[in-house]
Design a binder for this molecule. Structure first.
Ligand code: 5RP
Length: 263
């Protein structure tokens, strides 16, 4: 691996081989979702506990301070919206020169396997990888399901993750599911877990993060279940303890509870 590529990946993944990435890119197709109306205010207290943030260039320039920030994974696919015809019809929205100018440590792009735009989104990924390899820029593939949340099973996610790796993604972001080891086993590059819509209890999140790591993920790229939680800082601290300190879900829950009572 070339020095630049290796160095960028080392900025994102700790010496322990683990990572906690905080995505705040949701507005690129959903607009101002709850608690991301003002991204700067939301992420400020969370940044000390994140290893990187996943963000578009517009939010990076307007809402993230260049000083004392965290490594950037730049969202470079989009050009669709929740009120449009098909979320899968994405294009590459940001060129590699811009990613370098913004000092990104990686770029992220969604692929929509099984959709009407499967071919286009996979070609987008392949072309982005060509560019990324030229510049030493890791590409993270996001195995997106659009509105079809029920697609999140091991068979589908293993397929989409493996195809992403075959096309050259350096990291794959996918959903946690039952038999998650089938997804990680079939994918030769590191996998990070996305959170999905906010779930009912903290323990549920802590359990799937713990189980996902146990079954082969290197970390998370998890947003709404952190910054839509009533107590985002205790929540990110609890998740961090699982990822970097090998805490059990119950130990992480205790960290959350005591952070709340101390708050
Ligand atoms: C949006 C994304 C998000 O980065 C991803 O969904 C992770 O965030 P969350 O945990 O809120 O699902 O790619 O398209």
């Amino acid at each position: 691996m070339d020095w630049g590529m290796e160095n960028r990946l080392a900025q994102l993944i700790g010496a322990d081989g683990r990572c906690l990435w905080l995505p705040v890119d949701h507005g690129y197709f959903q607009g101002p979702v709850t608690n991301l109306e003002n991204v700067g205010t939301t992420i400020d207290p969370l940044l000390p506990y994140a290893d990187a943030i996943f963000v578009t260039r517009g939010i990076l320039r307007t809402s993230v301070r260049p000083r004392n920030s965290k490594p950037i994974i730049l969202r470079v696919s989009g050009a669709t919206s929740v009120v449009g015809k098909d979320l899968a019809n994405e294009a590459i929205t940001t060129c590699m020169e811009e990613a370098v100018r913004l000092n990104a440590s990686a770029v992220g792009i969604s692929v929509f396997v099984g959709s009407d735009y499967e071919h286009d989104s996979l070609l987008n990924l392949a072309r982005l990888v060509d560019e990324g390899e030229r510049y030493g820029m890791p590409v993270m593939a996001v195995t997106a399901v659009g509105r079809e949340l029920k697609k999140r099973d091991a068979r589908y996610l293993a397929l989409a993750s493996r195809i992403s790796a075959e096309l050259g993604a350096r990291v794959v972001k996918t959903y946690y599911c039952d038999e998650f080891e089938k997804v990680t086993r079939g994918c030769p590059v590191p996998i990070v877990i996305a959170g999905g819509p906010k779930v009912a209890t903290e323990l549920e999140v802590l359990q799937f993060v713990h189980d996902g790591i146990r079954r082969g993920a290197i970390g998370v790229n998890l947003g709404r279940n952190i910054w839509q939680n009533k107590h985002p800082v205790p929540m990110i601290r609890a998740i961090r303890s699982i990822i970097h300190d090998a805490a059990s879900p119950e130990e992480a829950q205790a960290i959350y509870d005591s952070a709340i009572s101390g708050a």
